[in-house]
Design a protein around this ligand. Structure first.
Ligand SMILES: NC(=O)C1=CN([C@@H]2O[C@H](COP(=O)(O)OP(=O)(O)OC[C@H]3O[C@@H](n4cnc5c(N)ncnc54)[C@H](OP(=O)(O)O)[C@@H]3O)[C@@H](O)[C@H]2O)[C@@H](O)CC1
Ligand SMILES: [K+]
Length: 490
């Protein structure tokens, strides 16, 4: 499991560690890891030039000490000092002693134009708000160079992004690689900041033992998901494996029923019941489905319900959602089912509820606009979870999952833009509902479903469609299960 910690937590852990180490030792560890990562990106066989962008805090200090290490290896290093009087004194002395040069920000165009690599040490975890004008100009200069420009290695964080929330207010540096120290920060895993970070590499500076057991953000890895996947036991029957009910589709949108049932058949439940007006289409595609045309409460026993995809917005749809909400089993509500959803109605349920909005649906539930949700994904998903007393899976460029009452937010690491395709969300809702029926806890079901769905999106032939994503799901299971068999044998 990958973990990320907020700045406050990182600073508290750093204080404990700093007290037990000689002065400068922690920064030396950070600079050594940073210099090694930079050296790997430099071309061989000719004089190499590195430009350091140096702010007035310890982030700039890291850049200066790493620059000194590179200069000692024969690299031509020039530090652009944004605020010469306030640059880290010991770092500056180390760079100069190693033969590195310094220049003011007015020399930026020439220095950056000649650089093979740029090291962004303007701000790290001490940065507040969007970059100030001098720093913003450097970001714009590099943005203008675009692909033609040198690679940028961000020190700890790309300067200008919010470490805790992933929000970006104004200009920020766009990095090829971010070398982060001690612990990953939430902003490095959540859009829009994640996009500025490029590849993220964690350098161990000895902080781990001082960090609390519960991170602020977590991302499942393949082994975690494989361990969570429900497997049938020898004595299993369909009820013990779980039966998932799907109340989806309408005369107008019959395809949503087929896709949600398809997802549900690939989520590990022993059987799928379908209740609604699109039964004929569902049976034609998936004859193993148990189909009924009446309300969900008359469909027979289930261990979870999925409601909403393609149910439309007529009064029948509302009645279907209400009928499902009255069930005493976990319920997943998606798409049309989310429209006008009453928070009190959801909060009053005794069994778990999972909501799976995209940014537009989340904005409607919060009474805001879509752009606001996209700019503040972490805050939005937490707010929704509290308001509805439900687990919320916020779909999008980085899918996030939050539970009411706090605890770590999950970020899904397997997403791909190819999943932004019609009907893909219907497949996800069936899949997560099925994992709920199989007995996974709601957050685990949502995080596991998002992970499987993302991998299937990557595995499906390009361009992925909801149908090919569904078809790729069994192979995703195979890959995950066989990888864990190998590792448990080895
Ligand atoms: N602690 C440790 O043990 C270790 C820490 N380490 C390293 O230290 C980093 C944290 O250092 P830090 O606390 O000095 O803050 P930092 O990120 O340099 O920024 C503060 C400076 O930025 C400025 N500034 C603020 N906002 C700005 C903006 N929008 N636009 C422009 N400027 C802005 C602000 O200016 P001021 O407000 O003071 O005028 C101040 O000068 C951390 O990320 C890691 O790299 C590692 O070596 C491992 C050990
Ligand atoms: K930085």
């Amino acid at each position: 499991m990958r973990s990320a910690y907020r700045v406050e937590t990182v600073r508290a852990a750093e204080r404990v560690l700093l007290a037990s180490l000689p002065e400068g030792a922690l920064m030396a560890r950070a600079a050594a890891g940073l210099a090694a990562a930079c050296a790997r990106l430099l071309p061989g066989g000719r004089p190499r030039r590195v430009a350091l962008l140096v702010g007035s805090g310890d982030n700039g200090g890291d850049a200066l000490f790493a620059g000194a290490r590179l200069a000692r290896r024969g690299v031509g290093v020039t530090a652009l000092l944004l605020n010469p009087e306030r640059a880290h004194p010991a770092g500056l002395a180390a760079l100069r002693a190693a033969g590195g040069r310094t220049a003011g920000a007015d020399a930026a165009e020439g220095v950056l134009g000649r650089a093979d690599l740029v090291v962004d040490g303007i701000t790290g975890i001490g940065g507040r708000g969007g970059l100030r004008p001098g720093a913003a100009e450097l970001a714009e200069l590099l943005d203008r160079a675009g692909e033609e420009g040198p690679p940028v290695v961000a020190v700890d964080l790309p300067s200008g992004v919010d470490a805790d929330t992933g929000e970006v207010h104004g200009a920020a540096l766009r990095a090829t690689l971010t070398v982060t120290f001690g612990a990953c920060k939430p902003g490095l895993l959540v859009d829009p900041a994640r996009e500025f970070a490029g590849e993220v590499r964690l350098v161990d500076i000895g902080l781990r033992p001082e960090l609390p057991a519960e991170p602020d953000l977590v991302a499942l890895e393949a082994a975690d998901v494989a361990a969570l996947l429900p497997r049938p036991a020898a004595e299993s029957d369909k009820y013990r494996r779980g039966v998932v009910g799907v109340a989806a589709g309408s005369e107008r949108y019959p395809g949503a029923a087929v896709l949600a049932v398809g997802g549900a058949l690939c989520g590990g439940a022993g059987a799928v019941r379908y209740a609604g007006p699109a039964g004929a289409g569902v049976l034609a595609r998936y004859p193993e489905t148990l189909v009924s045309a009446g309300p969900p409460s008359r469909a027979g026993r289930v261990q979870s319900w999925v409601v909403g995809p393609g149910v439309g917005d007529d009064p029948n749809a509302r009645a279907t959602v209400d009928d499902v909400l009255a069930a005493e089993v976990p319920v997943l509500i998606d798409a049309d089912g989310l429209r006008g959803l009453d928070p009190e109605r959801v909060r009053a349920r005794r069994a778990a509820t999972v909501l799976t909005p995209h940014a537009g649906e989340a904005a409607a539930l919060l009474g805001g606009d879509r752009a606001g949700v996209e700019a503040s994904r972490l805050g939005s998903v937490r707010k929704l979870a509290e308001r509805f007393g439900a687990v919320v899976l916020l779909k999008g460029s980085t899918t996030l999952i939050a539970a009411p009452g706090g605890g770590p937010v999950h970020v899904n690491p397997t997403g791909t833009p190819w999943l932004a395709t019609a009907g893909s969300g219907d497949v996800l809702s069936g899949l997560v509902g099925s994992l709920l029926a199989a007995g996974l806890a709601p957050v685990q079901a949502a995080a596991t479903g998002a992970y499987l769905h993302g991998l299937a999106g990557r595995l499906a032939p390009t361009p992925a469609t909801a149908t090919t994503v569904t078809a790729a799901l069994p192979e995703v299971w195979d890959q995950l299960l066989s990888a864990t068999e190998v590792s448990s044998e080895g």
